[in-house]
Design a protein around this ligand. Structure first.
Ligand code: SF4
Ligand code: SF4
Length: 318
C-alpha cells in the first residue's frame, strides 16, 4: 500500500467510526421525539416561538441559513477543486463498497456479480488473488453485518441512540424500531450485494452533486495519463482498470470518468506495474493547467499544457 492509500485508509476508518458514533455521542442527530436537531450536545432549535420579529429573523439567519450556506459552500469548493473527494476518502457507504468488492473478488474472481469475466488471478501490478468458493461465506457475513450496522445507525440519527441500542441489546425493540431496522437491513443487503458501485454511479445525489460541479472546473484535480510513456501499457494487463472500484477506465478523458472518486487506486496500480522497470506511474494526479489535457480532450481541443506535468523517474528517485 503506498502512502496515499495508507492515508486514505485512516481517513475512511476515522469517518466510518464518526458515522457510527456521532449519534451516541450527541455530536449530530435529529431527535424525532423532541422534534429538533442535536448538535455537539446542544439542542439546535430556531427559538422563534414567541420571539419578536428581529430576534426571530436573526435566529433564522444565524441558526438555519448560515450553517446550511456554510456546508453547501464548503461542499461546493471541495468538489470544484477535488471532485468526489468525499466519496473516495470519507463516505461510509463507499468504504463498505470497497470492502465487499475485495471479498467478492476472493470468492468469485470478480468485483461484482454483473461482470462477465473474472479478473486475472495474477496481475501485472503484482496483485494476486486466487478465488475460493469458501470466501462467499465472508461476503455474506460482511453484507449482513454492515447492512445491520448501517440500519441501526440510521435509526440512531432519528431516535435517542441510548434507547435504540438498549432495546436491541435486551432484545426488546419497539414495533416501529423493529420494522425500520428490518426493512432498512433488507434494502441494504440487496444494495450491498447487487448494486454497490452502481448506486454510487447512478443513484447517489451527493455523488452527482460533486461530479457536476467538478465537471464545471476544467482545472480541477484529475487522474492524468502520461501519453508519452504509453508504450509501457503494451505489456500490461490494464491493472489500473482492474483496481478501479468504480469500474472506470482511468486513461480516458475526464467526461468518461464523470464518477471518479479520486481514490487513486489506479495510480497505485500503475506505480506497481512500472516500479520494477525503474519507471514512474503513467497515471498521476494533475491539476491546474496540466488538467486541461484530460478535460479539454472532451471537446476535441488540444490545449497548451506545460511539459513538466508528470513526474519523471530521475526526479522521483532523488
Ligand atoms: S496506465 Fe499503467 S496500469 Fe494502466 S495499462 Fe498502462 S501501464 Fe498498465
Ligand atoms: S479512475 Fe482511479 S481515482 Fe478514479 S475511481 Fe477509478 S481508481 Fe479511483
Amino acid at each position: 500500500m503506498n502512502r496515499v492509500q495508507r492515508q486514505r485508509t485512516l481517513w475512511r476508518v476515522a469517518f466510518f467510526v464518526l458515522f457510527i458514533l456521532a449519534p451516541p455521542l450527541d455530536l449530530f442527530r435529529f431527535d424525532l421525539d423532541a422534534g429538533h436537531f442535536i448538535l455537539f450536545g446542544h439542542p439546535w432549535v430556531l427559538d422563534i416561538r414567541g420571539a419578536d420579529a428581529l430576534t426571530a429573523s436573526m435566529n433564522i439567519i444565524l441558526r438555519a441559513f448560515l450553517p446550511i450556506a456554510f456546508v453547501v459552500a464548503g461542499g461546493f469548493w471541495l468538489s470544484w477543486k477535488y471532485g468526489r473527494l468525499y466519496c473516495g476518502w470519507l463516505c461510509p457507504h463507499f468504504s463498505v463498497v470497497e470492502m465487499i468488492n475485495a471479498l467478492m473478488r476472493r470468492a468469485s474472481g470478480k468485483l461484482s456479480i454483473w461482470e462477465r469475466k473474472p479478473l486475472p488471478e495474477v496481475q501485472s501490478d503484482g496483485v494476486e488473488v486466487h478465488p475460493q468458493r469458501s470466501a462467499w461465506l465472508l461476503v455474506a457475513l460482511a453484507v449482513l453485518f454492515f447492512s445491520f450496522l448501517w440500519a441501526v445507525s440510521l435509526l440512531t440519527y432519528l431516535l435517542p441512540p441510548a434507547e435504540v441500542w438498549a432495546n436491541l441489546l435486551h432484545g426488546t425493540p419497539t414495533r416501529n424500531q423493529f420494522v425500520f431496522i428490518s426493512a432498512a437491513t433488507v434494502v441494504l443487503i440487496i444494495e450491498f450485494t447487487l448494486a454497490r458501485h452502481l448506486f454510487c454511479r447512478y443513484g447517489c445525489a451527493i455523488g452527482l452533486f460533486q461530479s457536476l460541479i467538478w465537471m464545471g472546473n476544467r482545472k480541477a484535480l484529475v487522474v492524468g495519463f502520461d501519453r508519452a510513456g504509453a508504450s509501457a501499457c503494451v505489456g500490461c494487463d490494464k491493472s489500473c482498470e482492474h483496481a478501479c472500484p468504480m469500474r472506470l477506465q482511468p486513461r480516458q478523458i475526464k467526461r468518461k470518468m464523470f464518477t471518479c472518486t479520486q481514490c487513486q487506486q489506479c495510480v497505485q496500480a500503475c506505480e506497481r506495474v512500472n516500479e520494477p522497470e525503474g519507471r514512474v506511474s503513467l497515471l498521476q494526479m494533475v491539476s491546474s493547467q496540466c488538467a486541461l489535457n484530460v478535460s479539454e480532450r472532451d471537446f476535441g481541443r488540444r490545449p497548451e499544457v506545460p511539459e513538466s506535468c508528470f513526474r519523471q523517474p530521475s526526479t522521483d528517485e532523488q
